[in-house]
Design a protein around this ligand. Structure first.
Ligand code: APR
Length: 312
């Protein structure tokens, strides 16, 4: 008997709610919105609201709110947003000590209840959280991945589209490296429908966009007092869809490197092919000397974060 996919969302806050809405609208499967017992009402309320939304929008997904891990058992995809978001003035790294405890608890439960799932981590600081989750859950590296690059690239694509005066659909950009101030916008591969960017934009304007991209999350935190949720949710859903439908999209994701790009035992943003086997391949692309240098700096920042995690 064919059955619907099951998508467990760990954290029913701002991103969790938007993830549930998108998963239902895109008919990806049934959705379980999980949160801590204190927030069970929130999870159940959002689930009911979203099921009612289905009778207007025309989807039949079953959406369940819960604080019991048993309801997440056997999920095909798990997306983790559990943790606290940034407040104005905070860096993602400032969240480390609080969110590390939360992610450790989540990892143990994934190990026990969802060992076959494809797991996408969104909680920040992303590169340290996804590393910890893989380590403690014992899941293979192909099935634990972090969402950052799709979002950072989307931000850059928007800024470029507005600058050049073209549709966002025609702009391709790729942002690699850690999900922090040291992220690496790979400008040498940016194009507008295949046209290299340097033919359309001055170096000065491009540099300004690179800077705005790296601070793109912080810009939103400053405006609304908490972190973004619409675009982060869409980015993770694009990754989940590529896995569930075996789309084999080439997406920048935080993936576990064992020699790729010269990195070992490290999660960092690299171009990945996401298909039915999860992260099927990390694609080694040629980088300019400047980009390599930036990636090296970014990897050093991620390693520093991992060292700090080990002490907590
Ligand atoms: N298990 C499950 N959920 C948890 C746990 C836990 N152990 N601990 C906290 N949560 C829940 C919170 O109760 C809250 O409802 O995680 C939810 C987080 O939701 P928000 O506070 O709205 O945060 P959100 O904007 O969704 O961001 C979540 O993603 O992008 C990152 O930096 C962001 O780390 C943050 C995370």
């Amino acid at each position: 008997m064919p059955r619907r996919n099951k998508i467990a969302l760990i954290g029913a806050g701002n991103i969790g709610g938007e993830l549930a809405a998108l998963a239902a609208r895109e008919h990806l499967g049934d959705v379980v919105l999980f949160d801590i017992p204190d927030k069970e009402g929130l999870a159940k309320g959002k689930a009911l609201d979203l099921e009612q939304n289905g009778s207007i929008l025309g989807y039949d997904a079953k959406i369940t709110g819960t604080s019991s891990w048993d309801d997440c058992a056997g999920a095909d995809v798990v997306i983790v947003t559990a943790g606290v978001p940034r407040k104005p003035g905070m860096s993602r790294d400032d969240l480390l000590s609080i969110n590390l405890k939360i992610i450790r608890n989540v990892a143990e439960n994934i190990k026990a209840k969802c060992p076959e799932a494809f797991v996408i981590v969104i909680s920040n600081p992303l590169d340290a959280m996804v590393y910890e989750l893989k380590k403690l859950s014992g899941l293979p590296k192909s099935r634990v991945v972090g969402m950052a690059g799709v979002l950072d690239s989307a931000r850059m694509q928007l800024f470029l589209a507005r600058e050049v005066g073209v549709s966002v659909r025609d702009v391709r950009a790729m942002v690699l490296g850690g999900h922090g101030d040291t992220m690496v916008p790979v400008t040498s591969y940016c194009t507008v429908n295949g046209v290299p960017l340097e033919q359309l934009i001055s170096k000065e304007r491009l540099d300004a966009i690179v800077t705005r991209t790296a601070g793109g999350g912080g810009e939103i935190v400053k405006l609304m007092g908490t972190s973004a949720y619409y675009a982060p949710a869409s980015a993770a859903i694009a990754m989940a869809r590529s896995y569930l439908n075996d789309e084999k999209r080439l997406l920048p994701c935080a993936a576990y490197c064992e020699g790729e790009y010269g990195y070992k035992d490290l999660y960092i943003g690299v171009p990945c092919i996401i298909g039915a086997k999860g992260v099927e391949k990390i694609v080694d692309i040629e980088l300019s000397a400047e980009e390599k240098g930036m990636l090296e700096k970014s990897a050093a920042a991620v390693r520093e974060l991992l060292e700090a995690s080990k002490k907590l």
